[in-house]
Design a protein around this ligand. Sequence first.
Ligand SMILES: Cc1ncc(COP(=O)(O)O)c(C=O)c1O
Length: 374
Amino acid sequence: MDTMADRRRVADRLPTFPWDRLAPHKATAEAHPDGAVDLSVGTPVDSVPERVREALAAASDSPGYPATYGTPQLRAAAADWLGRCHGVSADPAAVLPSLGSKEFVAWLPTLLGLGEGDTVVHPELAYPTYDVGIRMSGAAPVASDGLTALGPAPVRLVWVNSPANPTGRVLGVEHLRKVVAWARERGAVVASDECYIGLGWEGGDPVSVLHPDVCGGSHEGLIALHSLSKRSNLAGYRAAFAAGDQALVDELLAVRKHAGMIMPGPVQAAMRAALDDDDHAREQKDRYAARRTALRGALEAAGWRITHSEAGLYLWAAHPEHDAWGSVALLAEHGVLVAPGDFYGPAGAGHVRVAFTATDERVEAAAKRLRALA
Ligand SMILES: Cc1ncc(COP(=O)(O)O)c(C=O)c1O
């Protein structure tokens, strides 16, 4: 009897990991005499702020179990940051720490009890983990930017992501209001991934789904995700939180407690220190602004056209003569590695995503190589 075959393997429901397909181009880029410039993944490269490291170290004697809910000080710091920086009035009781936002994205449909027969909508071009998390739960993913032509299946959850990965697109207040109204009429939850909210470059500051102009002052049915990975270079700490509807937060907390989804105590202390300080975030944003300007100018001079990209950590670039993989190959020959747009959905097949998460020295090297292509 083959009992293995009886299991409904979660792994079988998931797509193959796309980054393996980039390996040959990575090897090409690495063969460049001056070394590769990797603008594909988008991982922070600058130091963790000193005060955050000090807070981590000061909390390192941490023998006991931390609370899944986080310390009251951490939740207060998150609520305070939402108010101070994003005009959102959140009750600290409606804040829930997560181990980075990726795990929260991946598990949210499951933790909300979704499964077979349920539909979850995510953006057409999107961070792949929305699709993965929906499939893990057994629900059906629908990749769509519009909500009007979705068919009869009950939509339980709608993901929005503004500023967006990979396009850098920002959804305005009106757009978000319509999503919230549509979802509330149907009893669907809106999960808004706002992990790039502090990185607006053009067209004004991105707005949270929890902002009163969007939600009318009520957080009912809404959950917003925030991450310290990019704002404070804390991708290695796994520091993020969700905030919004108190009933949803209570429900998720109840499950996460049982499941051991607990942020380590020293990370809670470090995250609080990061949330309490805006100076380091401003400095980091300035670094990214300079890198963005350098890469944008060099890409445009070499024939790529930038679309959206008004916020976030990426340039969304298309070349009139090359599709996504053609651009990847050409840039790799010049020692620059970027991500093909179809990693994020078929609609990205004409674009590449260029991250500006590399050191000033590597960004300057990439700009120089691009200018030579012009
Ligand atoms: C749209 C989006 N959401 C969530 C994440 C996960 O970030 P983290 O788990 O580091 O908080 C990322 C990471 O790049 C992302 O691009």
